[in-house]
Design a protein around this ligand. Structure first.
Ligand code: GMT
Length: 386
């Protein structure tokens, strides 16, 4: 099939998932056209059947706010018309679902029926979309999508709770390419970070308030009082200066390193002994799943969809949001004894395999095929009636 994918090109989970989905579909022979304002971060290298279309938003002195959504709809129409696109899949509702609705209407006037799938990722529903500034448009465009998917049961339920949705939301969990993440740790790198065999704890996020990265640091400080350990903070975002200040002022400053945005997560995660995710909310927690695929146990909060991914007492532990004492105790419980640690590691990998790319991508393909068949039948019906 010829499929257009719209997403945020940044390090956020929705962009990562959309890009990995596009790459996996391309490997299976589909032609994938990404429409974004920048090349997606995980889209490096050459793929014979992947195409990237940049949305340009011309500036004009009148525009205090350049109309990105209008430019995006126009790009969608252009790509769909010129590349024989059969289906449009948008990731993150705002503003992609409403831009897709506009494109769909324009194409309908030209006699084309393009099915639109909207995948909800989290903050588009729980944080941003619920705000009354956006909610009428988000509700309308979700209902106008031909299919709606959510990345966890929790996100599906939150969507039903907070919006008036008149269609089924299918849960298609996020996925990870276990083969890619399950690597042997690079010993030289591990030695560089932890020269005396200290435990390595990793956190990765976009450093937004919802991630409570200060809780990561404070949990680590409690762990560090009890066992030699190092904390690696991956990613970047608005809260980083605040977190850096906390770290500079603490006694263990030398044991905390900020590595910034990293594209090669699969090379870094395997050196970790533990992954910490202290978020106020996560619809899914893709970063935690990638850690599990690298055989790393996870200590997280029990917020949102995390209990669907991180199984308490099996591949990690969960505590209430803000319970840094609980999280530090659970972290120590996992790593302090070799037998327990190895068991949690093995379980993390087993758990990640349930969400392996090869189990999840066919679910999207089945959805595409179904929608495409329906669209074809509608067009055929229209033609025979004329
Ligand atoms: O976590 C973020 O702020 C980024 C955001 C995004 O849309 O890029 O992540 C959301 O989507 C990810 C992929 O589906 C999920 O794994 C994250 O849990 C979700 N984040 C939140 O719900 C806060």
């Amino acid at each position: 099939m010829n499929i257009a994918i719209v997403c945020y090109p940044t390090f956020g989970g929705s962009g990562v998932l959309a890009t990995e989905l596009g790459k996996a579909l391309a490997d299976k022979g589909h032609n994938i056209h990404f429409i974004t304002y920048q090349q997606p971060v995980r889209l490096s290298g050459f793929h014979a059947n992947i195409f990237y279309h940049e949305v340009r938003v011309p500036t004009y002195p009148l525009f205090d706010f350049p109309p990105y959504e209008t430019a995006l709809s126009s790009s969608m129409v252009d790509v769909i018309n010129n590349h024989d696109i059969q289906l449009l899949h948008v990731h993150y509702a705002i503003p992609h679902a409403s831009a897709a609705y506009m494109a769909k209407q324009i194409l309908a006037k030209q006699g084309k029926k393009i099915p639109v799938i909207t995948t909800l990722h989290g903050t588009d529903i729980t944080l941003v979309g619920r705000d009354k500034t956006y909610s009428p448009v988000v509700t309308f465009s979700m209902n106008e999508s031909d299919a709606l998917t959510a990345v966890s049961k929790n996100l599906r339920d939150e969507t039903y709770k907070n919006f008036t949705i008149d269609k089924e939301i299918e849960v298609i969990y996020n996925f990870v390419d276990v083969k890619r993440f399950h690597k042997k740790p690079v010993d030289a790198f591990k030695k560089l970070i932890a020269p005396n065999g200290e435990k390595i704890i990793i956190h990765a996020s976009n450093f937004r308030k919802v991630k409570r990265v200060d809780d990561v640091v404070n949990t680590f400080l409690l762990i560090n009082q009890q066992m030699p350990s190092k904390l690696l903070l991956l990613g970047d975002g608005p809260e980083r200066p605040v977190v850096e200040n906390i770290c500079r002022d603490c006694v263990s400053a030398d044991n905390i390193k900020f590595l910034g945005k990293q594209e090669q997560m699969e090379d870094i995660l395997p050196i970790a002994d533990l992954f910490l995710l202290t978020s106020e909310y996560e619809s899914f927690g893709l970063a935690a799943l990638e850690a599990m695929a690298a055989e790393v146990p996870v200590v997280s909060t029990n917020a949102g969809g995390l209990p669907e991914i991180n199984i308490d007492g099996y591949c990690g532990y969960m505590c209430d949001v803000g319970d840094i004492i609980g999280m530090s105790n659970k972290a120590i419980e996992i790593v302090k004894d070799e037998k327990t640690f190895l068991q949690f590691k093995a379980n993390a990998l087993t758990q990640a395999k349930k969400y392996d790319i090869k189990n999840i991508v066919p679910l999207y393909e089945a959805l595409y095929e179904n929608l495409f068949k329906i669209a074809k039948a509608i067009l055929l019906n229209l033609c025979t009636r004329q």
